[in-house]
Design a protein around this ligand. Structure first.
Ligand code: FAD
Length: 518
């Protein structure tokens, strides 16, 4: 969809698209595509006008000559969320998805324009009520909250009705186009929306990457662009933890910082541009050796046979050890602070728990959004754990800091937080709580198959006597990013390790070929 923020195509860019696509005309009232369609072409307007409407018929925007109509689902293959209807006699160029993809490699400026506009449009669609899927289920239902998490982390536009639907299967999910699913898994919704590709019961690849965060995506981009048949398996949403970071200030090349969602959204788009295969949401359940290679067993019974494996499953937030926490999670207790949370907390009292930089960033962000923020941490001095620049920002934005503070209990009703009690007995009136308590490695599914350190992080390289720096105790199985013992837990290092792992994969495959020859 065209948006006021989008840019228009130059005359030479229209010519490029005309060479690839087909010129067509349409009359007033013609529907170019509608909510629920499985596919549509990129539409570059030459003459006339097109209106883009939501499912209820409300107008979102109009596209005029030199505008283009198209959104991220042109790349993802996701079902269409909106309807495009001709409002003035139209002459346009239609470029089919398959023809658009090669162009994104060849024409840098046009690729930049299209990709950044697709991402901006998706972010805008997410803010409009009534776009995308409709989820009905109460906040007390775990499967409803998991569905909302899935939609949020995949940046799928959705509307939530916090109520009990008829029947026993919750949530009820209505997809764009009207299909209704009762009690679906996130995988079923994902595939019904046409996201990612459905895996065959058994797939065979050169490299399977488990985890689609920065490390996994780094490996996907380098692996696919260097000719390895690469498959990324992700259990929740491509982008990993970094996707939930409000702003990443220390990523090389972005002196003004970059939103985590934008950075990882770009990475996903880049991986797709190189045709890396991504499969979500599929959870890896086991790693086993088979015929000199490996198999990764997934939820729903799929098996991936791979010559090499990259473990990039990252780490998960620690939860607060207090009773009833899950009643509040997703409603008034959160593990990330992005634009929706900042809007939610404006003019409310919010507590941020944690002494690290992510807690500091969240506190500043919420305070800037108009929340009255208190940061609680365990140590005597915040400077022991937080960067100086953030401590100064906390002062600048009026965040109250409480040293040596730990939460003992939550109080509220029906998932809505009213106050917390500290270990000291003091009661603080918070309507929202944000937890940034560090992370546990996502390695429980590996059992004893690869060697891990005392905290469960995967040992690699010298620490385990492996041939290559990022190789685990199993030859041909590598680990990169936060899940690796001794890693620096930063976005740039995770991406770097993912990229580096691909070089080791090549070396391992070459070694194996040489060993077979001799
Ligand atoms: C709020 C926040 C702010 C941050 N700010 C910054 C910052 O400013 N600068 C910075 O450099 N870093 C920052 N970080 C840290 C940075 O995001 C991480 O270091 C980085 O995301 C690690 O990347 P990764 O790919 O190793 O792991 P992750 O990003 O954790 O990705 C791992 C992925 O694996 C998936 N997965 C787990 N188990 C399985 C399984 N069994 N099967 C399939 N998939 C699985 C997960 O769903 C996840 O998507 C921040 C982190 C957070 C949470």
């Amino acid at each position: 969809m065209a948006s006021p923020a989008s840019q228009t195509l130059s005359a030479s860019q229209l010519e490029t698209l005309a060479e690839l696509g087909e010129e067509r005309t349409a009359a007033v009232g013609d529907v170019l595509f509608q909510v629920g369609d499985r596919r549509y072409p990129l539409i570059a307007v030459l003459e006339g006008e097109v209106a883009v409407l939501d499912g209820a018929g409300n107008e979102i925007v109009r596209a005029h000559p030199s505008d283009f109509v198209g959104e991220l689902n042109l790349l993802t293959g996701q079902t269409v969320f909106v309807t495009a209807i001709v409002t003035q006699p139209l002459r346009y160029i239609a470029v089919e998805r398959e023809d658009l993809r090669p162009l994104l490699f060849e024409d840098g400026p046009l690729s930049d324009l299209l990709l950044s506009t697709f991402i901006a449009r998706r972010e805008r669609l997410q803010q409009i009520d009534g776009i995308g899927m409709d989820v009905t289920g109460p906040h007390s239902s775990e499967s409803t909250m998991r569905m909302l998490d899935f939609a949020r982390s995949n940046r799928l536009p959705f509307t939530w009705h916090d109520e009990e639907p008829e029947g026993t299967l919750w949530p009820v999910v209505r997809l764009p186009g009207g299909v209704e699913l009762r009690g679906p898994t996130t995988g079923e919704v994902s595939r019904a929306l046409g996201i990612g590709r459905e895996l065959a019961p058994r797939e065979e690849v050169d490299l399977v990457v488990v985890g689609g965060g920065p490390a996994g995506l780094g490996a996907a981009v380098y692996g696919a662009s260097e000719g390895l048949e690469t498959l990324v398996i992700e259990s929740t949403a491509l982008g990993g933890q970094a996707g939930s970071s409000r702003r990443i200030e220390n990523y090389l090349g972005f002196p003004a910082g970059i939103g985590g969602a934008e950075l990882t959204g770009r990475a996903v788009t880049q991986a797709r541009k190189f045709d890396a295969r991504t499969a979500t949401p599929y959870r890896a359940l086991a790693l086993e050796q088979e015929n000199g290679g490996y198999i990764v067993r997934l939820e729903e019974g799929h098996v991936i046979a791979a010559r090499t494996v990259l473990l990039a499953t990252g780490a998960q937030y620690r939860r607060l050890p207090v009773e009833g926490l899950s009643d509040y999670e997703g409603l008034s207790v959160f593990y990330a602070a992005g634009p929706p949370e900042a809007r939610l907390c404006g003019a409310s009292r919010a507590g941020v728990v944690g002494g690290g930089n992510s807690a500091g960033q969240a506190a500043v962000w919420l305070a800037r959004g108009g929340a009255l923020v208190t940061l609680l941490h365990r140590r005597a001095d915040l400077r022991e754990t937080m960067s100086d620049y953030l401590v100064r920002e906390l002062e600048r934005y009026g965040v109250a800091v409480r040293d040596r503070s730990e939460i003992a209990a939550l109080h509220g009703d029906d998932g809505r937080l009213e106050a917390v009690t500290l270990e000291s007995g003091e009661r603080l009136p918070f309507s929202f709580l944000f937890l940034f308590l560090g992370a546990l490695p996502c390695t429980e599914w590996l059992d004893d198959v690869v060697a891990r350190d005392d905290h469960g992080f995967i040992l690699t390289g010298n620490a385990i006597g492996a041939d290559f720096l990022l190789e685990t105790s199993l030859p041909g199985v590598f680990a990169a990013g936060d899940v690796r013992s001794g890693s620096t837990k930063r976005c740039a290092t995770a991406v770097g390790e993912g990229a580096m792992a691909v070089q080791f994969v090549h070396a391992r495959l070459a070694n194996d070929v040489n060993a077979q020859r001799s």
